[in-house]
Design a protein around this ligand. Structure first.
Ligand SMILES: O=C(O)CCC(=O)C(=O)O
Ligand SMILES: [Fe+2]
Length: 278
C-alpha cells in the first residue's frame, strides 16, 4: 500500500497521452485510460470512500441504492490528494486542450448490490457553466466487471444531436427508453467494456453515457471529479437541473467567472499545497 507521500508522488506524476488518445477523445467524447491509478492507490481510495460512506449512510438498508457524496476533498486529506491531483487534472486539461482547469466538484458514487441502471444522460445540464470545456474523471475504486455496471458511452460524441429533442420526464423512465430506442434505430455504437483495476475514463459534458445495474454482491464505488476550463463563467440563467451549483461555486453569481475558493486551479498550479482546510 502506498504511504501518504508515495500517494502524493503518484498523484502528481504526469500521465503520457498519445496522439490517438487526443483523437479518440475529440471524436468520441470519452476515453478510457489504463493504469491511471496503481492498484495500491485504488485500494486506499476504496478504503477512504467506504469510511466516508459509512459515516453518512447507515449500513443496513443500503441494498438497491445509489449512494452519493460530494465535496469530500474539503474534509478528507486522502480524498483531497485524488481530487486536486495534478496527474488527473493535467489529463483533463490536455484532453480539453486548455491550459488550465479548475475543480467543479468531486462525487463518490456507490452503486449498491441490486441497484438498477444509471439512465442515459449527458452532464451538460448539471453544470451551470458557460463552456463546453468540462470533463469528468470517473475513477473506480475496484475493478468493474460487466455485471457491476461499468460506465458505458455512446459514440461518437455528436450522437447527442440524435436525442436532443427528446423531452426529459423526471417522473418516469421514458427518457431512458426513448434514448435507447433512438440509439438502436441509428446503430449507435455503445462502449460498455469492463474496467480493470486502476483504469479510469474521462468524459466530456456532451458525451452520452449510462451504466448497467450492479448484479454483484459488492458495492461499485467510484470517485468522479469534474474539472472545467479556467476562466469559464456561470451561465446567465442557471436552471433547477443545475441543482446545488451554489454549493460548488459559492459567492459567484450568474454571469460571473466561476473561480470561488472551492474551485481551485488543479492544473497547472499545485493548489493542493495552498488550500488549507481546517
Ligand atoms: O456512475 C454512474 O453510474 C454514473 C456516473 C455519471 O453519470 C457521471 O459521472 O457523470
Ligand atoms: Fe453523468
Amino acid at each position: 500500500m502506498p504511504s501518504d507521500s508515495q500517494l502524493e508522488d503518484e498523484l502528481s506524476s504526469p500521465y503520457s497521452l498519445t496522439d490517438d488518445h487526443h483523437l479518440n477523445f475529440s471524436r468520441d467524447g470519452f476515453i478510457r485510460l489504463p493504469n491511471v491509478l496503481s492498484p495500491g492507490a485504488v485500494v486506499r481510495l476504496r478504503e477512504e470512500l467506504i469510511n466516508l460512506l459509512n459515516k453518512t449512510f447507515p449500513k443496513n438498508n443500503r441494498n438497491n441504492r445509489f449512494l452519493s457524496l460530494e465535496m469530500m476533498w474539503i474534509e478528507s486529506p486522502i480524498i483531497r490528494q485524488y481530487v486536486l491531483s495534478p496527474r488527473i487534472a493535467k489529463i483533463s486539461a490536455d484532453l480539453l486542450s486548455v491550459k488550465s482547469v479548475r475543480l467543479y466538484h468531486d462525487n463518490t458514487l456507490s452503486k449498491e448490490p441490486g441497484c438498477g441502471r444509471t439512465p442515459w444522460h449527458y452532464d451538460d445540464h448539471h453544470f451551470p457553466l458557460e463552456t463546453n470545456d468540462v470533463v469528468t474523471a470517473w475513477m473506480p475504486a475496484q475493478p468493474v466487471p460487466k455485471a457491476m455496471g461499468p460506465l458505458s458511452f455512446a459514440k461518437p460524441l455528436n450522437v447527442f444531436n440524435l436525442v436532443k429533442n427528446i423531452n426529459f420526464n423526471k417522473n418516469d423512465t421514458s427518457y431512458d427508453k426513448n434514448v435507447t430506442e433512438v440509439f438502436k434505430a441509428n446503430n449507435v455504437a455503445i462502449d460498455s467494456k469492463p474496467f480493470a483495476i486502476g483504469e479510469a475514463s474521462f468524459h466530456h459534458n456532451l458525451s452520452f453515457h449510462t451504466a448497467g445495474e450492479n448484479r454483484t454482491s459488492q458495492s461499485r464505488i467510484v470517485l468522479a471529479n469534474t474539472y472545467f476550463a479556467d476562466g469559464a463563467r456561470v451561465v446567465e440563467k442557471p436552471t433547477m437541473v443545475s441543482g446545488d451549483w451554489q454549493k460548488f461555486i459559492p459567492g459567484v453569481g450568474p454571469g460571473e467567472i466561476a473561480a470561488s475558493e472551492l474551485n481551485p486551479i488543479c492544473w497547472p498550479t499545485n493548489t493542493k499545497k495552498r488550500y488549507s482546510a481546517s
